[in-house]
Write a protein of this length. Structure first.
Length: 360
């Protein structure tokens, strides 16, 4: 048995690497199931403190769960109904928008013109071999829009699954916390588990609630600014700004690029597109550099490179939804590390050097 210790030490690193690879593969393979599950648990952590407060007033957890899920469902239905028409029109016009951008950029000459000529030549070859070019182009455009709309049933089913799971989680009350505490033997560890759970609920609720209100204000401001510029579908652009601003670093740049592309085609001017891009970036900069740091980030000090890597990783495994949930997951991990003695070193690496800044 003594001779097995060095051999076990040699196997430790390979085993950890294999387990990490299997874990990443599982996260990618089970993404359709895990994304709504993670969203539901994050919602549970945010709403558990209000549920506990209502329970003290005599409201049973099942009634609170029903109330919260009905409110969330009504908000989602309202957004879908309100945004369905402009979003559908925007998606239908998107292939033509891309084509117009390509045509305008091809007039700049040089490499772009050569690429355009090569594309036209390839298209002529396809015409000779397969007949009518008009029919092929129409199928491509309708197929593009149809592929986007075909994603809607899966997206709606995930939302429905997340809402149902959220209802059962809230209705269960503090069952998960109670079971966790019961499985711990030492009283000090029981108390630590309760403190960690309450800290996660407070900090995560404070962050997600505050950032949602800030993003709603940003979306309204962006929609107003885009309307003043004369862009079509300013409501869609405002809602896009609201949703993309949940993505750290990349969300503002993605939204500004899309708005500038719409302005480049619809307003027919390079300088106008540059102005729209600058306006969008200016608004998100004010939000990111002044509003959010003043209201939220003073209590949420995280290591920027770690945040960027976390967002990139979850974007890789879970696409757009991964970018949205990446930061809340990182906050939960950071709070657990801060409250656990053996993980405090990792917590300091994930966040600011001053531990008090994240614990509030």
């Amino acid at each position: 048995m003594r001779g097995s210790t060095p051999y076990s030490d040699k196997l430790f690193v390979p085993v950890v690497i294999i387990l990490a690879i299997l874990m990443v593969h599982t996260l990618v393979w089970a993404s359709d199931f895990l994304i709504p599950v993670v969203a539901a648990f994050l919602g549970y952590l945010v709403l558990n403190r209000p549920r506990r407060w209502l329970q003290r007033l005599g409201v049973p957890p099942a009634a609170t769960a029903l109330l919260f899920t009905v409110i969330l469902t009504a908000m989602i239905v309202f957004l879908l109904v309100r945004m369905s028409s402009p979003a559908a029109a925007f998606i239908e016009d998107l292939p033509a928008l891309i084509e117009q951008i390509r045509d305008k950029l091809s007039t700049a000459g040089g490499t772009l013109e050569a690429v355009n000529d090569a594309t036209d030549a390839a298209q002529e070859i396809m015409e000779d071999n397969e007949g009518s070019a008009v029919e092929v182009e129409v199928v491509q455009q309708s197929g593009f829009a149809a592929s986007l709309f075909s994603m809607a049933p899966g997206f709606l089913s995930r939302i429905l699954f997340a809402l149902i799971l959220l209802f059962f989680l809230i209705a269960s009350g503090d069952m998960f916390l109670s079971k966790t505490v019961q499985s711990i033997k030492r009283f000090s560890d029981k108390r630590l588990a309760v403190e960690i759970a309450h800290s996660i609920e407070d900090q995560l609720g404070y962050y997600l609630g505050g950032i949602t209100l800030i993003n709603a204000g940003l979306g309204t401001t962006v929609a107003t600014a885009m309307s003043l510029w004369g862009l079509p579908s300013p409501i869609v652009l405002g809602f896009m700004a609201f949703a993309l601003n949940f993505v750290p670093f990349l969300g503002g740049l993605m939204g500004a690029t899309i708005a500038a592309a719409v302005a480049f085609v619809s307003l027919d001017g390079t300088w106008v597109a540059a102005g729209v891009f600058a306006t969008y970036i200016a608004l998100t900069s004010v939000e990111g550099q002044i509003v959010t740091p003043y209201l939220i980030s003073r209590r949420m000090k995280l290591n920027p490179p770690v945040v960027f890597l976390t967002v990139a990783f979850f974007a890789w495994i879970w696409s757009v939804m991964g970018m949205v949930v990446a930061l809340p997951i990182l906050i939960v991990i950071k709070l657990v590390c801060d409250e656990t003695q053996t993980l405090k070193t990792l917590g300091r690496f994930l966040g600011d050097a001053d531990e008090k800044q994240i614990t509030g």
